[in-house]
Write a protein that binds this ligand. Structure first.
Ligand SMILES: [Zn+2]
Length: 60
């Protein structure tokens, strides 16, 4: 996994930077932006609504 040295602003394959020798922590997983969460929730609601419409159309 590629690490990132903030001090030298370069990527590093090993656990410590070859330039400054600083120990690098694995990148924290970026939290999902709220716009993405909103889009996902909206899509799920839309799909559920379409499935509901399809079922009610099939059963009429
Ligand atoms: Zn460095």
């Amino acid at each position: 996994m590629t690490q990132w040295c903030e001090h030298c602003e370069r990527s590093e394959e090993s656990d410590s930077c070859e330039v400054c020798g600083q120990t690098l922590a694995p990148n924290e997983q970026a939290s999902l932006p709220w716009t993405w969460k909103f889009m996902i929730v909206t899509t799920i609601i839309y799909v559920i609504w379409r499935v509901y419409q399809l079922i009610s159309w099939l059963l009429r």
